[in-house]
Design a binder for this molecule. Structure first.
Ligand code: ADP
Ligand code: MG
Length: 257
């Protein structure tokens, strides 16, 4: 499915699917960490991925922007297979924004610079334009006043919001969040979730790995439940949380809710 527009043989993936994984398998040595993963994410959809530790959630995210390669199967973003290397790969990484548990900001660059750098280096945006966009985005996530500080001078919640602004600066088509609030003190979790809720409301396509079930219920269009490298079940949040079908999901929910 290299070219959606000229393909009429595929009836499962509509043109509205932005990210499509088909038959994806991934091993780490003897460990079969992703097993026959089929997943289609529509444009504008918010998918929350949950499941026990070690079930493959992070690996799934990392394969979508090719931080990990796969052993078999195909992944397309906006109808194009993931590029293997070079400029095309850099562009893919820009189009697939990723926010990690650890904020991964550049410690020796100011907050503003963190949001400017990628625009200039990967996108080739002129510096003044990149700065203006960075300030707009920092305002939007509520940390505009921190622009000239260094990451270590910010709270964890503020740093994570900078990380979100940095990803957004690249005009991503989809945003991947891998446990974005897991490293935060409890009082800072909501300020980050609020930014994510706003993004979702603005129509961003999002894949969110999280243990925040309140967020899943209120912001997700779909919950994907993973265990042992497989997608065990998926459903609307309402249906999933009130009537999980698999024993694995029932067991998982009984432990966390
Ligand atoms: P989750 O995010 O659901 O906790 P991960 O995707 O991080 O799960 O990991 C799935 C499994 O793969 C775990 O057993 C983990 O230890 C293993 N794993 C993850 N990354 C690597 C790696 N780079 N090398 C070897 N094993 C890994
Ligand atoms: Mg993980």
């Amino acid at each position: 499915m290299a070219d959606v527009a000229t393909t009429d043989t595929d009836t499962t993936a509509g043109t509205d699917d932005l990210v499509v994984l088909k038959g994806v398998n991934k091993h780490f040595g003897a460990l079969h960490v992703l097993q026959d993963i089929d997943l289609e994410i529509a444009r504008g959809e918010v998918v929350v991925v949950i499941g026990p530790s070690g079930s493959g959630k992070s690996t799934l995210c990392r394969t979508i922007n090719r931080l990990e390669t796969v052993d078999s199967g195909s992944i397309t973003v906006d109808g194009r297979p993931l590029p293997a290397e070079g400029k095309e790969l850099a562009r893919l990484r820009a189009e697939v924004g990723m926010v990690f548990q650890s904020f991964n900001l550049f410690a020796h660059r100011t907050v503003l610079e963190n949001v400017v750098m990628g625009q200039v280096k990967v996108r080739g945006t002129a510096r003044a334009k990149a700065e203006a966009k960075a300030r707009t985005l920092l305002d939007r996530v509520g940390v505009g006043a921190q622009a000239d500080k260094y990451p270590a001078q910010l709270s964890g919640g503020q740093q994570q919001r900078v990380a979100i602004a940095r990803a957004l600066a690249m005009d991503p088509k989809v945003m991947l969040f891998d446990e974005p609030t897991s490293a935060l003190d409890p009082e800072m979790i909501n300020e980050v979730l609020e930014v994510m809720r706003q993004l979702a409301a603005d129509g961003m396509t999002m894949v969110v790995v999280t243990h925040e079930m309140g967020f899943a219920r209120s912001a997700a269009n779909r919950v994907v439940f993973m265990a042992d490298g497989r997608i065990v079940e998926q459903n609307t949040p309402d249906a999933f949380f009130t009537a999980p079908r698999s024993e694995r999901a029932k067991d998982f929910l009984s432990k966390i809710l």
